[in-house]
Ligand binder design. Structure first.
Ligand SMILES: C[S@@+](CC[C@H](N)C(=O)[O-])C[C@H]1O[C@@H](n2cnc3c(N)ncnc32)[C@H](O)[C@@H]1O
Length: 158
């Protein structure tokens, strides 16, 4: 069974022991990407076996698993892959680590707010599906940090 066909058979991978709900998932924009869509994007964005990849809001690793498949097809071995992810939700980040370990990839998945990460410019591809949240609910520190990040990239958001 290929990696992608394994991914396509998933149903719910979040641990029932960790509290979560439809409302909480909606608030943090947690809707995971179907494997065929992730595959389309990773095939488009990753070009070389040595490419280093970042997923800034990786959820349960839909894109990173797709990146593993793409990098393998480009000739990389799992041990050589350099994949990093950031994810706000601890349980999702843990699931992402487990699923990547299951395919022998040690990815660096940080649990936290992507807007607190200092960009290093060290990546060949930054791929993913970010959280889409209601703008009126996007307030406080988190919103301020996102605006600062946009400003650092030369974009002023109203
Ligand atoms: C639309 S989901 C997509 C998840 C994954 N990228 C995928 O395509 O399956 C967005 C993810 O962003 C996470 N998230 C929300 N705000 C975040 C933040 N500030 N930093 C990092 N992750 C965040 C959510 O917990 C959720 O898992």
């Amino acid at each position: 069974m290929s990696l992608l066909s394994v991914r396509e058979t998933w149903t719910v991978t979040t641990s029932p022991l960790v509290s979560d709900s439809a409302e909480l998932r909606k608030a943090r924009g947690a809707f995971f990407t179907p494997a065929p869509v992730a595959r389309y994007i990773t095939d488009w964005g990753i070009h070389h076996a040595a490419d280093r990849v970042l997923e800034p809001s990786c959820g349960e690793a839909a894109f990173l698993l797709s990146a593993v498949d793409r990098l393998q097809r480009l000739g990389a071995s799992p041990a050589d892959m350099r994949l990093d992810g950031v994810e706000l939700h601890e349980s999702s980040a843990a699931t992402a680590r487990t699923l990547l370990a299951d395919v022998d990839v040690t990815a660096d998945i940080s649990t936290g707010d992507f807007f607190e990460v200092t960009p290093t410019g060290a990546y060949d591809a930054v791929i993913g599906n970010p959280p889409y949240v209601r703008y009126q609910d996007f307030t406080g520190e988190s919103r301020a940090r996102s605006r600062e990040a946009a400003l650092r990239a030369g974009v002023s958001l109203s």
